[in-house]
Design a binder for this molecule. Sequence first.
Ligand SMILES: [Zn+2]
Length: 185
Amino acid sequence: MSLSKEAVDEFKGIYKDKYKKELNDAEASEAANNLVGFFKVLYDCAVKEAEKKRRLKKEPEGFHITDGEYNCLICHRQVTGEESWYDKWGCKCLLCQKAVKEGLVPGFVCRDSDSWYTMWQLKDKFGLAHQTAKKLVREGKLKARIVPYADGKPYEYVFLKRGFGNKKRNQGKRRSLKPADKSRF
Ligand SMILES: [Zn+2]
């Protein structure tokens, strides 16, 4: 799909007004087509998301994804079809889905990636090597929510920022949760 000359000229005018720079025809055509392409991707995503939300009303427990490949919101593995699950928290692989359903990992981590650290972030931000972090978790010195494999071995670690690095404070906080807060889990 290519934009009409009229649309490209209009883009040229807007660009000149905003950035005080005149684009030649080729530059304007490329930039305008890129912009439209970008919004088409966003629009298509929004349409797919709206469709899934509609379907969720009929199937509140969720369903396998059939409209493309998506990254699991917890482990970030790319999944589709029977290895995927979509529910009110969004797209997950089946292992992460099961962990959320069983309450091992709170669902809000799917929507709020700022509420937790991944294993990689522990290394990036705190210089904590994976093996060290796993050892601290085993020893109970570092608190992690764990997505297990079917055999129970750890698949993915979720380190909630709330109370991070202070187990006692975290436990105190949990005791003082109000009933309304519990619905988040
Ligand atoms: Zn996953």
